[in-house]
Write a protein that binds this ligand. Structure first.
Ligand SMILES: Cc1cc2nc3c(=O)[nH]c(=O)nc-3n(C[C@H](O)[C@H](O)[C@H](O)COP(=O)(O)OP(=O)(O)OC[C@H]3O[C@@H](n4cnc5c(N)ncnc54)[C@H](O)[C@@H]3O)c2cc1C
Length: 637
């Protein structure tokens, strides 16, 4: 099936404004009659829930943490992009649009990206009005720094805590609506399934994570803003709770999963140091504004960094990409780090690390300036590694960080299931095959504050408010299925920990579906994941009961979904016989080892439809049309 992204007509810069005008409106008195469920209260969901309530809708919001403030969004460090052009260095909405489409290796929908660039400036104004303490320059304007894939400074930041500050802003707006009774907040609830009535999304079934009770909630539309699934790799920079389960439940109910194999590997993370490690830590990309990446020129050189003279260092990004230097996009920087380590030039005990060196910046600007910009990141690094980055270079290595794949949505952010909207990292939308730094916060907030509040009205205006009761058959059946699955998990009674299965799955995916892939490896991974899934349902140990607070049970459910989803990632990677962005199939590379796209055959979004457990999913595609950007081989030289 060919999917229709429902992109409006007209010149690209006018599409969104025209579409806003053409969308049907819901009058203020009627808005009160509509109930909307928002699952997830990170930046995407928090912004959406607050804005929808402000508009007059009645909102029920859900998250699995004890407070919306603990969403994974709080971890975002480096900043948020916008095309304000405060530094007067040549930025514009069109340039942000162009950089983002090119950064994503031409695998995103043009019209969405342009709208994102338009919304970027509104976000900054909105957040300033909320009181977000963005850094300012000496004249009082908001300060900017540079991120990868751009030659302008357009990243707004609040030290290394941008996500935290933005989330506090969204949470304040949400709290106001909660206090007004327009948002009913349900923390510590895990959405386990989506309820469809006559093919429309009409509710969810959740488990109260404290009491173990199941609850049914009905609404006129359901919004998923449940974040990314990088934890499928076990080790990632994501919060430990990040998962794919809500998205996967919707997928099982018919929502298409788009580009699941598009994973972002971030080049600057603290390297893995042991088998029993469960988490990786990001060192923000902002550090590449001042840090210089290098390795020893000679393979096997194990001298400490300060003993390696300047002439024996290879600043490989600056040498290979003189235009962008250390600020090449993440996929490019990550692959190059791997290449250096594969050639035996990696540093540290494992040889799987490269240096990120601030010596020159400290000499140039002074330690106080560097401390002001990155102090909390340096402190975090020192606490974890016991090395002082003011004195010695950081050691960094790529790690799983973000997932560009997600549920397929059209221009209105609605999935192929009517009434099911998907926001933030949970949808596939705007980043194509590689997300540029500081673009996730921009997208989540654009979706939540500025896009969904319009487009959901267009859907609701065409529908009369349903007289739905949670005693309807669809709710009863969905709850029964959910209960059966929980009982099945608890009945396995095996001997291997759930973490053991998760770690094994992560290793398979990292080895065969990670930074570099090839067809033989992917085939092998598929077989191994299937086998692992079989072993899980035979031998997983899920202690405790279902009617109490039981984090082992929560984890088991998420890992069971990851095991099924991992296979879907591999299927998607195998189907895309080209390289693009973060999807690097070794069989498709240029002479200079860059990703070689096949625009003739793969200039599309791959969207997968569930056909039942252990059945191959059905493939659908949305052709991507590029009318405003010329498809070229990406070059950052
Ligand atoms: C360390 C780190 C640093 C980053 N730094 C930056 C940066 O500087 N700039 C940038 O642009 N991006 C950055 N990113 C990416 C960015 O932080 C995320 O992509 C973004 O915050 C995701 O927001 P979200 O609202 O989509 O999801 P999240 O913030 O992950 O929120 C998900 C929500 O869904 C809820 N949820 C999930 N599943 C369920 C379920 N089944 N039932 C009920 N609730 C559920 C959770 O409780 C939570 O409320 C960074 C990412 C990491 C890991």
């Amino acid at each position: 099936m060919l999917l229709d992204g429902k992109v409006p007509g007209g010149p690209i810069a006018e599409k969104w404004e025209r579409h806003q005008f053409e969308l049907k409106l819901v009058n203020p008195a009627n808005k009160r009659k509509f109930n909307i469920i928002v699952v997830g209260t990170g930046l995407g969901g928090g912004a959406a829930a607050a804005t929808l309530a402000e508009l007059g809708y009645y909102v029920k919001a859900f998250c699995f943490q004890d407070s919306p403030r603990r969403a994974h969004s709080i971890a975002a460090q480096g900043g948020i992009n916008a095309a304000k052009n405060y530094p007067n260095d040549g930025d514009s909405i069109h340039r942000l649009f162009y950089d983002t489409v090119k950064g994503g290796d031409f695998r995103a929908r043009e019209a969405n990206v342009h709208r994102l660039a338009e919304c970027s400036n509104l976000i900054i104004d909105h957040c300033v009005a909320q009181g977000i303490p963005f850094a300012r320059d000496y004249g009082g304007l908001l300060a900017n720094r540079s991120f990868g894939g751009a030659q302008v400074s357009r990243t707004f930041y609040a030290r290394g805590q941008t996500g935290q500050q933005l989330l506090l802003g969204a949470y304040s707006s949400l709290s106001r609506q909660i206090a007004d009774g327009k948002v009913e907040m349900y923390p510590r609830r895990e959405m386990l399934d989506l309820v469809l009535v006559n093919g429309h999304a009409k509710g969810i079934v959740v488990r109260n994570l404290i009491t173990g009770e199941f609850e049914r909630h009905a609404a006129d539309a359901v919004v998923l803003a449940t974040g990314g699934y990088g934890n499928v790799f076990f080790l990632s920079t994501n919060a430990m709770g990040s998962n794919v389960s809500a998205n996967f439940a919707a997928y099982r109910k018919g929502a298409f999963f788009a580009n699941p194999c598009f994973t972002q590997i971030h080049p600057t993370c603290i390297p893995v140091h042991g088998t029993y490690q469960s988490k990786l830590t990001l060192m923000s990309e902002s550090l590449r504004n001042d840090g210089r990446v290098w390795v020893p020129k000679n393979p096997g050189d194990k001298r400490p960094p300060h003993q390696i003279p300047e002439g024996e260092r290879d600043y490989y990004l600056e040498n290979k990409y003189p235009s962008f230097g250390n600020l090449v996009p993440r996929d490019v920087a990550s692959r190059n780090a791997k290449e250096q380590c594969d050639a035996g030039k990696g540093v540290g005990d494992t040889g799987l690390a490269v240096y990120l060196d601030f010596n020159d910046a400290i000499k140039r600007d002074g330690e106080a300036v560097i401390r002001k910009k990155y102090g909390n990141l340096f402190q975090m690094y020192e606490k974890i590694t016991a090395d002082d980055p003011y004195q010695t270079p950081m050691m960094i290595y790529p790690a799983v960080h973000y997932t560009m794949g997600g549920l397929w949505v059209d221009y209105n952010l609605m999935s192929n299931v009517p009434g099911l909207f998907v926001l933030g990292e949970a949808n596939f939308s705007d980043h194509g095959a590689n997300r540029l730094g500081a673009s996730a916060l921009m997208q989540g907030l654009a979706d939540g504050y500025f896009v969904l509040p319009y487009t959901i009205g267009g859907y609701l205006a065409g529908h009369t408010k349903g007289q739905l009761s949670t005693s309807d058959r669809a709710f009863v059946e969905t709850e029964k299925n959910v209960r059966d699955r929980i009982d099945k998990l608890l009945a396995i009674n095996g001997k291997r920990t759930v973490d053991d299965f998760h770690r094994r799955l992560g290793l398979i995916l990292w080895e065969y579906c990670g930074m570099a892939r090839n067809n033989a490896g992917l085939e092998k991974a598929r077989g191994e994941i299937r086998q692992l899934k079989g072993e899980f349902w035979e031998d997983a140990m899920v202690p405790g009961g279902g009617d109490v607070f039981n984090q082992s049970l929560e984890k088991a459910g998420r890992v069971a979904d990851f095991l099924e989803f991992g296979e879907l990632m591999v299927i998607d990677a195998l189907a895309r016989q080209e390289s693009c962005g973060g999807h690097f199939n070794e069989d498709f590379q240029t002479e200079e080892n860059e990703a070689r796209r096949d625009d003739e055959n793969f200039c599309h979004v791959a969207a997968w439809q569930y056909q039942g457990e252990d059945q191959d999913p059905e493939f659908h595609k949305e052709e991507l049309q590029f009318e405003n950007v010329k498809l070229t081989q990406r070059s950052y030289k």
